[in-house]
Design a protein around this ligand. Sequence first.
Ligand code: HEC
Ligand code: HEC
Length: 387
Amino acid sequence: MFKLNKNLLISISAAAALSLGLTACMEDIMPSANATPSLAASIDGGVKYPVKDDKTGPYYVNPQVEKQAKHIFNGRIPTEHEYEEWNSDVMPDGTGLPEGEGSVEDGEEVYESKCVMCHGDFGSGGGGYPSLSKGTAYDLHETLTNQRIKPDMDGPVRVFGTYWPQASTLWWYIKDAMPHPQTDSLSDDEVYSLVAYILNINEFEIDGEEVDDEYVLNREKFLKIKMPNVDGFEPKIDGPEGRANVRKYFSNPDNFGAVKVKASERCMTNCQEPTAKIVYIQGAGISDFHPPMSVARDLPKEEPSAGGFNAEKAYTESCAMCHGAEGMGAPVVGNKAEWAAYTAKGMDKVYTNGIKGTDAGMPPKGGTDLSDSNFKSIVDYMINKSK
Ligand code: HEC
Ligand code: HEC
């Protein structure tokens, strides 16, 4: 979309950017895609800014991010080609969308191995991770107007299926930013299959055909997706008029609920009056969002297996995405020296850090709900593999 480093990019919520209609306006303030790459706007470790009290300018410096960024760019400024590699765009009209195909069935498999640990069973989300579905997108789409016109109804459901105006954002976002710890690692076919699966759990139809368990998605079918909320955003940010629409809309305070001074008369008190014709969220207005900011995660249940707990399998499912490869900031399984640096402080501390999580990027229990003893046996497995 624009040239910024990945770590910064993925922290901008896709949903937040959409809901604010920011995509069009951002180009005005962000470095343009055609400009010579400059790291002036980047805090990825390529350029050093003066750091005081762990802050540089308005930014907090996350040393872990810096460490990872150095790995990615080998401690130097990336070349034009490297920038190109990282810079991708998939637009609603199909620009940037590669050929490829993937089935719901394959998507479910990839989802189970690379996404479920954060996004929950069937995209239920929670625990700070976004939900990818709450049910039938077409029915739930109507909830977006609830509480504005029917105050006794539940609040709006804002997930991909109900809320996002364009499916291209989903394709691009998964390819570019997911899975969270290993961005840009999925093949185009894997992305098609994951998109197919996410359409399936949102109970989509494409061109009158249900995206059922057997569905196989390809580029042609993808471009026929019509999102239920495609006309739900104001101003219209898509298309060649997008930017002009945004400017026009925000130059008129009546459109977004600002108050303005009564223009007609001189006045000393109560000079402001609300003028909005359309007020979307006002004061205590919509209170009841779905999904709420944080709920307990609905994780796959631990399967008790006859032969006892299988640490190797659990490692592959829940830890390998961070501990299986260089560059994630996590000690790599098989790397003796890296683990020695951790175990030097004693195994008790290693277990406790793993269970409670660390500021440097280890989520509590790796984001699982494993029992303490099963978690510890995975740690033992990882360390034994690294001796
Ligand atoms: C380690 C945890 C983790 C893993 C694994 C992960 N994600 Fe995410 N995902 C996140 C977080 C955190 C966000 C929110 C990012 C933000 O808003 O800055 C997110 C956001 C998303 C979104 C945008 C949702 C929205 O409504 O804003 C999609 C779609 C998504 N992930 C798909 C996937 C897919 C598909 C996979 C597997 C290939 C995956 N994720 C794996 C943590 C993860
Ligand atoms: C989202 C990425 C991620 C996942 C998933 C993850 N880890 Fe980690 N882990 C890290 C990072 C990053 C560190 C290094 C943290 C540090 O240096 O404080 C780490 C460190 C650890 C440590 C050393 C803790 C210490 O300070 O001594 C243990 C033990 C560990 N992980 C076990 C696991 C196990 C077991 C799993 C799977 C159940 C797992 N991790 C899943 C990222 C992850």
